[in-house]
Design a binder for this molecule. Structure first.
Ligand code: WT7
Length: 631
């Protein structure tokens, strides 16, 4: 299943387009199925209704664990690197991981979990997080992992949306020199979550926590009551594997649904190919399992291929900005998969943190989450890869399940700031405003996909119509990504960023409407408008224009109060970088906020605002321009 030459890439690509069912049918043979499929694909983008490997039975954990035991049982599956470098790292072999997963799967059963139940996971980046995820999959329960940076309210909304029965958490998490009281946050969330019956709490930081009788149990106590034998539940290829919430341009976050068979095939196929993974190599993805990158490229993709995956609890700058390089040297990492925001942040410390670090093990580098600027690309290439490690700039989304457009390391060419070519099976097209295909090269448009792939989302939990509206209704018979894209003279793709009201802050997707709703919840705030602006490290920063609120004390304090409200409502990751109080917002006569104008002002591009005379109150624009300049 691994592509070894550009010629093979071209042949495979051609085959995948001309005969997708045969192509994916053959790829899927590389996995273990309890029962084969009777149909590779049936699809309809109108409904949408997409089914891959229909009739097939499997359990993804048998592919990620059991099937490696005979030959690779003693091979490291997970190497855990703790937040504190003074602490010992932990290696779990495939045998050990299998045993722990089975044992914890029995704990889940003991606490009432059954196939199809939704389970919320809110945990630090520790091996037990991967164990919890896989244990859910083992018994056919649907996991919904929530990133540790979300607030109690965000957690409650997600738990209620998917009616989770169980929560798995820890007392707390370490993040650099900070401690995050996970269980406290969960306790606040659960006040408003009637469906949750049990909460399993892992001891990690050993901070005092409240344990509610009848609801809360300790992980360490529970595992003593069960053995480590747990037959995997037989799942249909199209049974739900997990839900992952992600933000959009409107309303509350959507629960993106991925299913067992197609997701497994796609995560495994893309992992082995994009990173050109070789048996025995050490692979390090710096994402958090709370995001899709962690699901697909720390857990399921690598483990399905018998790889060794590094799981890092901490942050790139703790205890100092050499941390990644120390980890690479310590564990002889061959592949580093990280985000442009991390690269830019580390770049800003200069070369000193790299002095004396042995990065010679590095063979492949990867980037994900947002467009990588040329400066960061070259720094990554020269300083980390020493010009010898191909950089795979991987474009994909929570909804796509796996990498879509990307170089294939050592096989297809790279080009700074380009995601380059579609992987086999992926058919991108660019369309104009009206949905007409823009053909040829040296063109830009809205990026769509015209044919299904096994890893694509199937629905948004509990609201199929929303899935149709969001992704399949903008352009007929196409999946719309929400991204703008350029196809250059060589036919290479470069993602230029979102064309909707979605921000990408440090690789995290945040809807402007969501932030506005949070700001507007603050007492005294009447209305606000949020836009993105270029930020040196984060890629995009959040700029909030707030109509002069009722002040409680001085303006600076009121701004801090608003930030606190946003932190409460969404989480610290959604805190605006800048808040500006204004007397009005630029609106059309029909009352629609002209974000385009605010975006330009926030970007400092005030010379070219276009026609503002049709605005309800054109004078407000000058006022805002002046105020931004003064800030
Ligand atoms: C959005 C998806 C996919 C895992 C992480 C983010 C942007 C992602 C790239 C890239 C340019 C990128 C897009 C996309 N994005 N990768 N290599 N180059 N932009 O997942 O939160 O679902 O966000 O991230 O705008 O639509 P996500």
């Amino acid at each position: 299943m691994q592509i070894t030459s550009f010629k093979q890439y071209e042949e495979d690509y051609k085959k995948s387009v001309e005969n997708p069912e045969q192509f994916w049918g053959e790829v899927a043979q590389n996995f273990q199925w309890r029962k084969p499929w009777y149909k590779v694909l049936s699809w309809d983008f109108k409904e949408p209704n997409i089914k891959w490997f229909e009739g097939a039975k499997l359990n993804i954990t048998e592919n990620c664990l059991d099937r490696h035991l005979a030959t690779d049982g003693d091979k490291p599956a997970i190497i855990w690197e703790p937040n504190n470098p003074e602490e010992e790292s932990v290696t779990l072999t495939y045998k050990m991981l299998h045993e722990s997963v089975c044992r914890f799967a029995n704990v889940l059963k003991r606490n009432g979990a059954k196939k199809g139940d939704r389970i919320c996971i809110y945990m630090p980046m520790v091996p037990e997080l991967a164990i919890a995820v896989l244990a859910c999959a083992r018994i056919g329960a649907v996991h919904s992992v929530i990133f540790g940076g979300f607030s109690a309210k965000s957690i409650a909304d997600r738990i209620n949306d998917s009616q989770c029965k169980l929560v798995i958490t820890a007392d707390g998490a370490y993040r650099g020199n900070k401690q995050i009281p996970l269980k406290d946050v969960i306790d606040d969330a659960l006040i408003g979550c009637p469906t949750v019956e049990k909460c399993i709490v892992l001891t990690h930081v050993r901070t005092p926590v409240s344990m509610l009788k009848g609801r809360d149990v300790w992980w360490e106590d529970e595992v003593k009551h069960v053995n480590h034998i747990c037959e995997a539940e037989e799942m249909d290829a199209e049974d739900m594997l997990f839900i992952l919430y992600t933000s959009g341009s409107t309303g509350k976050p959507k629960g993106v649904v991925h299913t067992c068979g197609g997701y497994m095939v796609y995560a495994g196929y893309t992992f082995t190919n994009v990173f050109n993974y070789k048996p025995g190599e050490v692979y390090f993805c710096t994402a958090d399992i709370g995001w899709i990158t962690g699901h697909s490229y720390i857990v399921y993709g690598p483990l399905s291929q018998g790889a060794t995956s590094v799981l890092f609890e901490g942050i790139p700058t703790y205890p100092n900005p050499s941390r990644f390089w120390d980890i690479i040297e310590k564990h002889k990492v061959n592949t580093l998969y990280t985000a442009p925001t991390a690269i830019r942040s580390l770049m800003s410390f200069g070369e000193e943190p790299l002095n004396g670090k042995d990065l010679s093990s590095i063979r492949v580098l990867g980037s994900v989450g947002e467009p990588i600027n040329e400066e960061a690309w070259h720094w990554f290439d020269e300083k980390i890869g020493h010009g010898k490690a191909p950089i795979v700039d991987t474009w994909w989304q929570t909804e796509t399940g796996g990498i879509m457009i990307s170089p294939i390391a050592t096989v297809t060419p790279t080009k700074p700031s380009f995601a380059t070519l579609p992987l086999p099976g992926i058919q991108p097209i660019l369309v104009d405003e009206n949905g007409n295909e823009i053909e040829g090269n040296s063109v830009s448009g809205n990026l769509c996909l015209k044919f299904p792939w096994p890893g694509m989302l199937r629905t948004t939990y509990g609201d199929h119509e929303r899935c149709r509206q969001t992704y399949f209704a903008t352009y007929e018979n196409l999946y719309f990504t929400g991204d703008g894209c350029l196809r250059d003279e060589d036919g290479y793709y470069r993602i230029t960023g979102r064309v909707d009201d979605v921000l990408n802050v440090s690789g995290h997707r945040i809807g402007t409407a969501e932030v506005e709703n949070a700001i507007n919840m603050h007492a005294g705030v009447i209305e606000s408008a949020v836009v993105g602006y270029p930020h040196d490290v984060k890629g995009q920063g959040i700029y909030a224009f707030v109509i002069n609120p009722e002040m409680h004390g001085e303006a600076e304090l009121t701004k801090k109060d608003i930030l606190q409200t946003v932190t409460r409502v969404i989480g610290a990751i959604a805190k605006p970088d800048k808040i500006l109080f204004v007397s009005g917002l630029p609106k059309t006569r029909s009352g629609k906020i002209m974000r385009r104008i605010l975006r330009k002002i926030a970007e400092g591009e005030t010379a070219n605002l276009g026609d503002t005379s049709t605005l309800l109150d054109p004078a407000v624009v000058d006022e805002i321009i002046e105020a931004v300049k003064k800030q």
